[in-house]
Design a protein around this ligand. Structure first.
Ligand code: ADE
Length: 418
Protein backbone atom coordinates (compact mmCIF):
# COMPACT_ATOMS: atom_id res chain seq x y z
CA UNK A 1 0.00 0.00 0.00
CA UNK A 2 1.31 3.44 -0.97
CA UNK A 3 1.20 6.15 1.71
CA UNK A 4 3.21 9.10 2.99
CA UNK A 5 2.96 9.99 6.67
CA UNK A 6 5.46 11.35 9.18
CA UNK A 7 6.08 8.39 11.44
CA UNK A 8 4.16 5.11 11.78
CA UNK A 9 5.38 4.69 15.35
CA UNK A 10 2.95 7.46 16.38
CA UNK A 11 0.01 5.18 15.56
CA UNK A 12 -0.80 4.01 19.10
CA UNK A 13 -1.42 7.57 20.34
CA UNK A 14 -3.42 8.28 17.18
CA UNK A 15 -5.63 5.21 17.64
CA UNK A 16 -6.46 6.14 21.23
CA UNK A 17 -7.37 9.68 20.18
CA UNK A 18 -9.50 8.39 17.29
CA UNK A 19 -11.41 6.21 19.79
CA UNK A 20 -11.79 9.21 22.11
CA UNK A 21 -13.39 11.26 19.31
CA UNK A 22 -15.65 8.37 18.38
CA UNK A 23 -17.30 8.55 21.81
CA UNK A 24 -18.65 11.97 20.82
CA UNK A 25 -19.76 10.88 17.34
CA UNK A 26 -22.84 8.72 17.94
CA UNK A 27 -24.63 9.65 14.72
CA UNK A 28 -21.65 8.75 12.56
CA UNK A 29 -21.28 5.50 14.55
CA UNK A 30 -24.89 4.55 13.78
CA UNK A 31 -24.32 5.28 10.09
CA UNK A 32 -21.15 3.16 10.22
CA UNK A 33 -23.10 0.18 11.56
CA UNK A 34 -25.78 0.64 8.90
CA UNK A 35 -23.20 1.03 6.10
CA UNK A 36 -21.42 -2.11 7.28
CA UNK A 37 -24.60 -4.15 7.25
CA UNK A 38 -25.60 -2.96 3.78
CA UNK A 39 -22.09 -2.77 2.29
CA UNK A 40 -23.44 0.51 0.92
CA UNK A 41 -20.32 1.80 -0.82
CA UNK A 42 -18.93 -1.45 -2.20
CA UNK A 43 -17.10 -0.89 -5.46
CA UNK A 44 -16.57 2.85 -4.91
CA UNK A 45 -13.23 4.57 -4.49
CA UNK A 46 -13.43 7.75 -2.46
CA UNK A 47 -10.68 10.38 -2.59
CA UNK A 48 -10.83 12.73 0.37
CA UNK A 49 -8.94 15.99 0.84
CA UNK A 50 -9.84 16.91 4.42
CA UNK A 51 -8.09 18.06 7.58
CA UNK A 52 -6.46 14.90 8.90
CA UNK A 53 -7.90 14.87 12.42
CA UNK A 54 -9.41 12.32 14.78
CA UNK A 55 -12.88 13.27 13.50
CA UNK A 56 -11.89 12.82 9.86
CA UNK A 57 -10.40 9.45 10.82
CA UNK A 58 -13.81 8.34 12.06
CA UNK A 59 -15.38 9.42 8.77
CA UNK A 60 -12.75 7.50 6.77
CA UNK A 61 -13.34 4.39 8.90
CA UNK A 62 -17.13 4.72 8.35
CA UNK A 63 -16.69 4.88 4.57
CA UNK A 64 -14.31 1.93 4.60
CA UNK A 65 -16.66 -0.16 6.75
CA UNK A 66 -19.31 0.66 4.15
CA UNK A 67 -17.22 -1.14 1.55
CA UNK A 68 -15.48 1.84 -0.09
CA UNK A 69 -11.78 2.05 -0.87
CA UNK A 70 -10.66 5.29 0.74
CA UNK A 71 -7.67 7.56 0.00
CA UNK A 72 -6.92 10.61 2.13
CA UNK A 73 -4.75 13.71 1.78
CA UNK A 74 -4.67 16.94 3.80
CA UNK A 75 -6.71 20.00 2.89
CA UNK A 76 -4.23 22.29 4.63
CA UNK A 77 -0.46 21.90 5.12
CA UNK A 78 -0.63 22.75 8.84
CA UNK A 79 -3.73 20.87 10.01
CA UNK A 80 -2.52 17.26 9.87
CA UNK A 81 -2.36 15.34 13.13
CA UNK A 82 0.59 13.04 12.39
CA UNK A 83 -0.43 10.43 14.98
CA UNK A 84 -3.86 10.12 13.36
CA UNK A 85 -2.32 9.78 9.88
CA UNK A 86 -0.05 7.02 11.22
CA UNK A 87 -2.93 5.13 12.84
CA UNK A 88 -5.12 5.30 9.74
CA UNK A 89 -2.32 3.65 7.76
CA UNK A 90 -1.17 1.13 10.35
CA UNK A 91 -4.34 0.19 12.20
CA UNK A 92 -7.00 0.72 9.55
CA UNK A 93 -5.17 0.08 6.27
CA UNK A 94 -6.22 3.44 4.81
CA UNK A 95 -3.68 5.12 2.49
CA UNK A 96 -2.95 8.61 3.82
CA UNK A 97 -0.76 11.21 2.16
CA UNK A 98 -0.28 13.99 4.71
CA UNK A 99 2.50 15.36 6.90
CA UNK A 100 2.04 18.31 9.21
CA UNK A 101 4.09 21.27 7.95
CA UNK A 102 4.50 19.90 4.42
CA UNK A 103 5.58 22.48 1.83
CA UNK A 104 3.41 23.54 -1.10
CA UNK A 105 4.96 21.06 -3.55
CA UNK A 106 4.48 18.13 -1.17
CA UNK A 107 0.92 19.29 -0.46
CA UNK A 108 0.06 19.12 -4.19
CA UNK A 109 2.07 15.94 -4.68
CA UNK A 110 -0.15 14.36 -2.00
CA UNK A 111 -3.32 15.55 -3.74
CA UNK A 112 -2.04 14.02 -6.95
CA UNK A 113 -1.35 10.72 -5.18
CA UNK A 114 -5.02 10.56 -4.21
CA UNK A 115 -6.07 11.33 -7.79
CA UNK A 116 -3.70 8.64 -9.12
CA UNK A 117 -5.97 6.14 -7.33
CA UNK A 118 -8.71 6.70 -9.94
CA UNK A 119 -11.38 7.71 -7.46
CA UNK A 120 -15.13 7.76 -8.20
CA UNK A 121 -16.18 10.26 -5.54
CA UNK A 122 -14.21 13.29 -4.33
CA UNK A 123 -14.61 14.76 -0.86
CA UNK A 124 -13.14 18.26 -0.61
CA UNK A 125 -12.67 20.82 2.13
CA UNK A 126 -11.91 24.05 0.29
CA UNK A 127 -12.04 22.72 -3.27
CA UNK A 128 -8.34 21.99 -3.93
CA UNK A 129 -8.91 18.41 -5.12
CA UNK A 130 -11.47 19.40 -7.74
CA UNK A 131 -9.57 22.49 -8.83
CA UNK A 132 -6.43 20.35 -9.30
CA UNK A 133 -8.47 18.00 -11.50
CA UNK A 134 -9.76 20.98 -13.49
CA UNK A 135 -6.36 22.66 -13.87
CA UNK A 136 -4.03 19.73 -14.53
CA UNK A 137 -5.53 16.30 -13.95
CA UNK A 138 -8.38 15.97 -16.44
CA UNK A 139 -7.31 12.30 -16.75
CA UNK A 140 -8.77 11.79 -13.24
CA UNK A 141 -12.26 12.81 -14.43
CA UNK A 142 -12.88 9.41 -15.97
CA UNK A 143 -14.98 7.37 -13.57
CA UNK A 144 -15.92 10.24 -11.23
CA UNK A 145 -19.65 10.33 -10.51
CA UNK A 146 -19.69 13.26 -8.10
CA UNK A 147 -18.15 15.00 -5.14
CA UNK A 148 -18.92 16.67 -1.85
CA UNK A 149 -17.69 19.94 -0.38
CA UNK A 150 -17.28 20.59 3.32
CA UNK A 151 -16.80 24.33 3.66
CA UNK A 152 -18.18 27.77 2.71
CA UNK A 153 -15.06 28.71 0.72
CA UNK A 154 -15.21 25.53 -1.36
CA UNK A 155 -18.93 25.92 -2.07
CA UNK A 156 -18.27 29.49 -3.29
CA UNK A 157 -15.53 28.17 -5.62
CA UNK A 158 -17.79 25.44 -7.00
CA UNK A 159 -20.71 27.82 -7.54
CA UNK A 160 -18.41 30.05 -9.53
CA UNK A 161 -17.31 27.02 -11.63
CA UNK A 162 -21.00 26.19 -12.19
CA UNK A 163 -21.74 29.80 -13.25
CA UNK A 164 -18.86 29.75 -15.74
CA UNK A 165 -20.03 26.38 -17.09
CA UNK A 166 -16.74 24.65 -16.20
CA UNK A 167 -17.90 22.38 -13.37
CA UNK A 168 -17.30 18.85 -14.64
CA UNK A 169 -19.43 16.79 -12.25
CA UNK A 170 -22.14 17.22 -9.59
CA UNK A 171 -21.11 18.50 -6.17
CA UNK A 172 -23.11 18.19 -2.97
CA UNK A 173 -22.66 21.30 -0.80
CA UNK A 174 -22.39 19.64 2.61
CA UNK A 175 -21.57 23.04 4.14
CA UNK A 176 -25.04 24.34 3.32
CA UNK A 177 -26.90 21.59 5.19
CA UNK A 178 -28.57 23.04 8.28
CA UNK A 179 -27.08 20.33 10.49
CA UNK A 180 -23.65 21.45 9.23
CA UNK A 181 -23.30 25.22 9.17
CA UNK A 182 -25.66 26.11 12.04
CA UNK A 183 -23.49 24.03 14.39
CA UNK A 184 -20.03 23.33 12.94
CA UNK A 185 -19.44 26.84 11.60
CA UNK A 186 -20.89 28.58 14.66
CA UNK A 187 -20.18 26.45 17.74
CA UNK A 188 -17.27 24.50 16.24
CA UNK A 189 -15.36 27.51 14.85
CA UNK A 190 -16.35 29.56 17.88
CA UNK A 191 -14.87 27.21 20.44
CA UNK A 192 -11.89 25.91 18.46
CA UNK A 193 -10.73 29.36 17.33
CA UNK A 194 -10.61 30.58 20.91
CA UNK A 195 -8.94 27.29 21.85
CA UNK A 196 -6.23 27.87 19.20
CA UNK A 197 -5.57 31.47 20.28
CA UNK A 198 -5.41 30.51 23.92
CA UNK A 199 -3.16 27.46 23.36
CA UNK A 200 -0.81 29.57 21.22
CA UNK A 201 -0.60 32.58 23.51
CA UNK A 202 -2.04 31.70 26.94
CA UNK A 203 -3.34 35.27 26.94
CA UNK A 204 -6.19 36.45 29.19
CA UNK A 205 -9.12 37.54 27.03
CA UNK A 206 -11.08 39.23 29.74
CA UNK A 207 -11.10 43.00 29.24
CA UNK A 208 -9.29 42.84 25.88
CA UNK A 209 -10.49 44.50 22.66
CA UNK A 210 -11.13 41.51 20.43
CA UNK A 211 -11.75 42.32 16.78
CA UNK A 212 -13.62 39.78 14.64
CA UNK A 213 -13.63 40.45 10.92
CA UNK A 214 -16.66 38.85 9.27
CA UNK A 215 -20.03 38.12 10.87
CA UNK A 216 -21.07 35.01 8.96
CA UNK A 217 -21.82 31.82 10.89
CA UNK A 218 -18.15 31.39 11.85
CA UNK A 219 -17.73 35.03 12.88
CA UNK A 220 -20.88 34.84 14.98
CA UNK A 221 -19.48 31.85 16.83
CA UNK A 222 -16.07 33.45 17.45
CA UNK A 223 -17.66 36.70 18.64
CA UNK A 224 -20.09 34.88 20.94
CA UNK A 225 -17.37 32.82 22.60
CA UNK A 226 -14.93 35.75 22.93
CA UNK A 227 -17.67 37.73 24.65
CA UNK A 228 -18.27 34.74 26.92
CA UNK A 229 -14.65 34.99 28.08
CA UNK A 230 -15.07 38.64 28.94
CA UNK A 231 -13.52 40.28 25.88
CA UNK A 232 -14.91 43.52 24.46
CA UNK A 233 -15.82 42.35 20.98
CA UNK A 234 -15.71 44.58 17.90
CA UNK A 235 -17.04 43.41 14.53
CA UNK A 236 -15.93 44.63 11.10
CA UNK A 237 -18.13 43.82 8.10
CA UNK A 238 -18.69 44.77 4.46
CA UNK A 239 -22.26 43.44 4.37
CA UNK A 240 -24.84 45.93 5.67
CA UNK A 241 -27.29 43.26 6.85
CA UNK A 242 -24.69 41.31 8.79
CA UNK A 243 -23.45 44.58 10.28
CA UNK A 244 -26.97 45.38 11.57
CA UNK A 245 -27.21 41.85 12.95
CA UNK A 246 -23.92 42.26 14.80
CA UNK A 247 -25.05 45.63 16.17
CA UNK A 248 -28.37 44.23 17.37
CA UNK A 249 -26.54 41.26 18.90
CA UNK A 250 -24.89 43.90 21.07
CA UNK A 251 -21.44 44.16 19.45
CA UNK A 252 -19.64 47.32 18.45
CA UNK A 253 -19.35 47.59 14.68
CA UNK A 254 -16.79 49.81 13.00
CA UNK A 255 -14.42 50.00 10.04
CA UNK A 256 -11.14 48.12 10.22
CA UNK A 257 -9.41 51.52 9.89
CA UNK A 258 -10.76 52.34 13.36
CA UNK A 259 -10.70 48.86 14.89
CA UNK A 260 -7.05 48.43 13.93
CA UNK A 261 -6.12 51.34 16.26
CA UNK A 262 -7.71 49.85 19.37
CA UNK A 263 -7.69 46.05 18.94
CA UNK A 264 -5.57 43.81 21.16
CA UNK A 265 -6.46 40.62 19.24
CA UNK A 266 -7.67 40.31 15.65
CA UNK A 267 -9.32 37.30 14.02
CA UNK A 268 -10.31 37.18 10.37
CA UNK A 269 -13.18 34.90 9.33
CA UNK A 270 -14.39 36.49 6.10
CA UNK A 271 -13.36 34.08 3.32
CA UNK A 272 -11.88 37.09 1.50
CA UNK A 273 -8.37 38.35 0.76
CA UNK A 274 -6.26 41.07 2.41
CA UNK A 275 -8.77 41.97 5.09
CA UNK A 276 -5.93 43.09 7.36
CA UNK A 277 -3.37 44.95 5.26
CA UNK A 278 -0.58 47.53 5.37
CA UNK A 279 -2.56 50.52 6.66
CA UNK A 280 -4.07 48.37 9.42
CA UNK A 281 -0.73 46.93 10.57
CA UNK A 282 0.64 50.47 10.72
CA UNK A 283 -2.31 51.56 12.92
CA UNK A 284 -1.96 48.67 15.36
CA UNK A 285 -0.84 48.96 18.97
CA UNK A 286 2.51 47.50 19.98
CA UNK A 287 1.93 43.84 20.85
CA UNK A 288 -1.24 43.34 18.80
CA UNK A 289 -2.03 39.68 18.09
CA UNK A 290 -3.31 38.71 14.64
CA UNK A 291 -4.87 35.38 13.65
CA UNK A 292 -7.03 33.92 10.90
CA UNK A 293 -9.77 31.31 11.11
CA UNK A 294 -10.96 31.49 7.50
CA UNK A 295 -10.18 28.59 5.17
CA UNK A 296 -7.19 30.03 3.26
CA UNK A 297 -4.17 31.97 4.55
CA UNK A 298 -5.03 34.99 2.40
CA UNK A 299 -7.06 37.09 4.82
CA UNK A 300 -4.00 38.67 6.44
CA UNK A 301 -1.58 40.31 4.01
CA UNK A 302 1.51 38.52 5.29
CA UNK A 303 3.68 39.52 2.30
CA UNK A 304 3.26 43.15 3.20
CA UNK A 305 3.78 42.44 6.90
CA UNK A 306 7.12 40.90 5.92
CA UNK A 307 8.01 43.93 3.80
CA UNK A 308 7.26 46.52 6.49
CA UNK A 309 9.14 44.52 9.12
CA UNK A 310 12.84 44.67 9.86
CA UNK A 311 12.88 41.11 11.20
CA UNK A 312 10.89 38.26 12.69
CA UNK A 313 11.43 35.44 15.13
CA UNK A 314 9.40 32.55 16.53
CA UNK A 315 8.75 33.35 20.18
CA UNK A 316 6.47 30.39 21.06
CA UNK A 317 4.96 27.49 19.14
CA UNK A 318 2.60 29.05 16.56
CA UNK A 319 3.60 32.63 17.46
CA UNK A 320 5.81 34.76 15.21
CA UNK A 321 6.94 38.17 16.34
CA UNK A 322 7.29 40.73 13.54
CA UNK A 323 9.34 43.81 14.36
CA UNK A 324 7.99 46.63 12.24
CA UNK A 325 10.45 49.17 10.81
CA UNK A 326 8.48 51.81 12.82
CA UNK A 327 9.60 49.94 15.95
CA UNK A 328 6.52 48.19 17.34
CA UNK A 329 5.91 44.45 17.42
CA UNK A 330 3.01 42.48 15.95
CA UNK A 331 2.40 38.81 16.71
CA UNK A 332 1.10 36.56 13.91
CA UNK A 333 -0.38 33.23 14.98
CA UNK A 334 -0.13 29.97 13.03
CA UNK A 335 1.41 31.59 9.92
CA UNK A 336 -2.01 33.09 9.20
CA UNK A 337 -3.49 29.65 8.59
CA UNK A 338 -6.69 28.44 10.27
CA UNK A 339 -5.72 28.97 13.89
CA UNK A 340 -8.19 26.40 15.21
CA UNK A 341 -6.36 23.61 13.39
CA UNK A 342 -2.84 25.08 13.36
CA UNK A 343 -2.64 25.65 17.12
CA UNK A 344 -5.47 23.45 18.42
CA UNK A 345 -7.29 20.32 17.23
CA UNK A 346 -10.07 21.81 15.11
CA UNK A 347 -13.75 21.58 15.91
CA UNK A 348 -14.71 19.18 18.67
CA UNK A 349 -16.02 15.77 17.66
CA UNK A 350 -19.58 16.43 18.77
CA UNK A 351 -20.22 18.99 16.00
CA UNK A 352 -18.11 17.13 13.42
CA UNK A 353 -20.46 14.21 14.12
CA UNK A 354 -23.22 16.01 12.23
CA UNK A 355 -20.95 17.48 9.54
CA UNK A 356 -19.46 14.09 8.77
CA UNK A 357 -22.80 12.30 8.99
CA UNK A 358 -23.77 14.64 6.14
CA UNK A 359 -20.59 13.67 4.27
CA UNK A 360 -21.20 9.95 4.70
CA UNK A 361 -24.86 10.09 3.70
CA UNK A 362 -24.07 12.39 0.78
CA UNK A 363 -21.51 9.86 -0.48
CA UNK A 364 -24.19 7.17 -0.26
CA UNK A 365 -26.62 9.46 -2.08
CA UNK A 366 -24.05 10.06 -4.85
CA UNK A 367 -23.46 6.32 -5.18
CA UNK A 368 -27.17 5.88 -5.86
CA UNK A 369 -28.16 9.09 -7.66
CA UNK A 370 -24.88 10.50 -9.01
CA UNK A 371 -25.59 9.26 -12.53
CA UNK A 372 -28.85 11.22 -12.65
CA UNK A 373 -27.41 14.53 -11.48
CA UNK A 374 -26.16 17.39 -13.67
CA UNK A 375 -22.86 19.24 -13.40
CA UNK A 376 -24.24 21.53 -10.74
CA UNK A 377 -23.90 22.31 -7.03
CA UNK A 378 -26.68 20.52 -5.12
CA UNK A 379 -27.98 20.87 -1.58
CA UNK A 380 -27.87 17.91 0.76
CA UNK A 381 -31.39 16.40 0.43
CA UNK A 382 -33.57 17.75 3.24
CA UNK A 383 -34.52 14.23 4.28
CA UNK A 384 -30.83 13.57 5.12
CA UNK A 385 -30.51 16.85 7.03
CA UNK A 386 -33.67 16.13 9.10
CA UNK A 387 -32.63 12.55 9.76
CA UNK A 388 -29.27 13.70 11.13
CA UNK A 389 -30.98 16.26 13.39
CA UNK A 390 -33.36 13.59 14.71
CA UNK A 391 -30.55 11.11 15.37
CA UNK A 392 -28.42 13.77 17.08
CA UNK A 393 -31.28 14.81 19.38
CA UNK A 394 -31.92 11.17 20.23
CA UNK A 395 -28.26 10.63 21.05
CA UNK A 396 -28.45 13.62 23.40
CA UNK A 397 -31.47 12.10 25.16
CA UNK A 398 -33.73 14.98 24.14
CA UNK A 399 -37.35 14.40 23.09
CA UNK A 400 -39.43 17.02 21.33
CA UNK A 401 -43.17 17.45 20.70
CA UNK A 402 -44.94 16.33 17.52
CA UNK A 403 -47.58 18.39 15.77
CA UNK A 404 -51.13 17.31 16.60
CA UNK A 405 -53.37 16.51 13.65
CA UNK A 406 -55.22 19.75 14.32
CA UNK A 407 -51.95 21.73 14.26
CA UNK A 408 -50.86 20.11 11.02
CA UNK A 409 -54.14 21.03 9.37
CA UNK A 410 -53.88 24.58 10.72
CA UNK A 411 -50.42 24.98 9.23
CA UNK A 412 -51.49 23.75 5.81
CA UNK A 413 -54.79 25.61 5.50
CA UNK A 414 -55.33 29.23 4.55
CA UNK A 415 -58.91 29.58 5.80
CA UNK A 416 -58.34 30.28 9.49
CA UNK A 417 -57.83 34.00 10.15
CA UNK A 418 -58.55 36.66 12.78
N1 ADE B 1 -12.63 21.39 10.24
C1 ADE B 1 -12.68 22.05 11.41
N2 ADE B 1 -12.47 21.22 12.44
C2 ADE B 1 -12.26 19.99 11.92
C3 ADE B 1 -11.99 18.72 12.49
N3 ADE B 1 -11.90 18.56 13.80
N4 ADE B 1 -11.84 17.69 11.64
C4 ADE B 1 -11.92 17.87 10.31
N5 ADE B 1 -12.19 19.02 9.73
C5 ADE B 1 -12.36 20.10 10.53
Amino acid sequence: MLYDVKDLSLSEKGRMRIEWAQREMPVLSLIKDEFKKKNTLKGYKIGACLHVTTETANLMITLKEGGAEVFLCASNPLSTQDDVAASLVKDFGIPVFAIRGEDRDTYYDHLNKVLDSKVNITMDDGGDLVSTIMKERSDALKGIIGGTEETTTGVIRFKSMEREGVLKYPIIAVNDAMTKHFFDNRYGTGQSTLDGIIRATNILLSGKNFVVSGYGWCGKGVAMRARGLGAKVIITETDAIKAIEATMDGFQVMKMDEASKIGDIFVTVTGNINVIREEHFKNMKDGAIVANSGHFNVEIDINTLEKISSGKRTVRDSVEEYKLKQGKKIYLLGEGRLINLAAAEGHPASVMDMSFANQALSAEYLSKEGKNLKNKVYSVPESIDRRIATLKLKSMGISIDSLTKEQEEYLTSWEAGT
